[in-house]
Design a protein around this ligand. Structure first.
Ligand code: SF4
Length: 407
């Protein structure tokens, strides 16, 4: 018997590993890969000679390889990467900025994406067939993206269409943090991709054409955007892929304006209203700025919310002496604090907890793929199949046409 759903409510391994590198001391010093493996994480296998290399030996190897390869390679670094990898980025940015840069680059034969799997897939969709997109560690996924399995999304989409039965129109919007299959499903069904920097524009775009939205896979970004768009709580429902009809009645589906997929980011849902209250009590002059992947209670209790680029821009441009508690990934917060010593910048959460999937790009993996390129071998090439690519590209081009956050 075929089942309409994936078998069980399986918690992605990316989510289970999220706490592996959480600590209270704030020291995210890179260790040898062998030592990092000791925390029990399950990362991609790598030739044993990389396991014992010290950070200094790895640095030397990367510098040598980078100089040898030159402009044939472009290294893209997401802001959530650890410093020991981020420092090798030719270009840094959030997922919108990096995908735009990938789409505009026709020269680099090798694009090494120091980020996570869905970002490398997106870069492959947006670049030409003779460019090789490399993800240094194939285990670098995203726990949120893993919460929306294609089989579940496809079946859920059919169920929603059946319930609506032509009674109202619906457009799928998927957050960038989703697999190429899901982007393709959106492209094929009149939908669009968005990032946190243009989610509101995507809502405007969709509601010009349709009465209803299915938003995948982050319920929090979806809800925060819906509320910013003026949609009432009573018109927002959550679709649980592990329950029949998403756990919703036909009436609830028909009466809703926004159906949110039940996914979340394990990093941004750590932030709480209690943490905000604590900062307000102890640091009354501190402004609180958070990412919209945080829960709606946190977003509403904060002073400002916005995309990674908005957070960076706002804090960097604030006057000397200003104080900021930031609700986003710790590597980015620490880097902002280091680069802006004239300001008081700290993370809203006192536990230092990096994004465990971004953290999987250990510098030894970067060295491994660079040495592969020197030998003419594309280690960990990410390739999306042509059919998926075609439809996903439609949804991505619609997003790029909307633009992103502008400073
Ligand atoms: S911060 Fe959250 S959404 Fe971003 S890559 Fe990590 S788990 Fe995924």
């Amino acid at each position: 018997m075929t089942t309409l759903f994936s078998d069980k409510n399986i918690v992605p391994v990316t989510e289970l590993e999220q706490s592996a590198f959480c600590q209270t001391e704030g020291n995210l010093r890179t260790k040898t890969l062998e030592e990092e493996f000791n925390s029990g994480v399950r990362w991609q296998k790598i030739p044993t000679r990389y396991l014992k290399l010290t950070p200094e030996e790895i640095d030397e190897g990367i510098k040598f390889a980078r100089a040898e390869i030159g402009s044939k390679a472009l290294i893209l670094g997401h802001h959530y990467q650890r410093d020991d990898v981020f420092k090798y980025s030719d270009v840094s940015g959030d997922s919108y900025k990096l995908s735009k840069i990938a789409s505009e680059n026709n020269d680099a034969k090798w694009i090494i994406f120091c980020g996570v799997h869905f970002m490398a897939e997106t870069a492959d969709i947006l670049t030409s067939a003779d460019q090789n997109i490399i993800l240094p560690n194939l285990a670098a996924g995203c726990s949120m993206a893993d919460m929306a399995k294609f089989v579940d999304v496809r079946n859920s989409w059919s169920q929603i269409e059946n319930v609506l039965g032509g009674k109202s129109s619906i457009i799928p919007i998927t957050y960038m943090n989703s697999s190429a299959d899901i982007k393709s499903l959106c492209g094929e069904n009149g939908g669009i991709v968005c990032t946190s920097s243009n989610a509101l524009k995507a809502y405007e775009w969709a509601f010009e054409k349709s009465e209803k939205i299915l938003f995948l896979p982050d319920q929090h970004l979806g809800r925060n955007t819906a509320k910013a768009f003026g949609i009432k709580d009573s018109e927002i429902v959550v679709w649980d892929p592990y329950r029949k009809n998403g756990g919703l009645s036909s009436v609830e589906i028909i009466n809703s304006k926004v159906i949110l997929w039940k996914g979340h980011c394990s990093v941004h849902t750590r932030f709480s209203v209690q943490q905000i209250n604590h900062v307000r009590k102890n640091n009354p002059n501190t402004k609180i700025i958070v990412h919209p992947e945080c829960t709606n209670e946190v977003v509403e209790a904060a002073d400002i919310n916005g995309s990674t680029e908005l957070i960076l821009d706002t804090v960097i441009k604030s006057p000397a002496g200003s104080s900021w508690a930031i609700g986003t990934e710790i590597n980015m917060v620490n880097r902002l604090a280091k680069d802006n010593p004239d300001k008081d910048i700290f993370c809203l959460d006192s536990v230092v907890c990096p994004c465990a999937t971004m953290y999987r790009i250990h510098p030894a993996y970067l060295l491994w793929v660079l040495e592969g390129i020197m030998a003419g071998v594309a280690i960990n090439r990410i390739k999306v199949d042509d059919h998926k690519k075609y439809n996903a590209n439609i949804a991505l081009e619609r997003m790029l046409a909307l633009g992103g956050y502008r400073a």
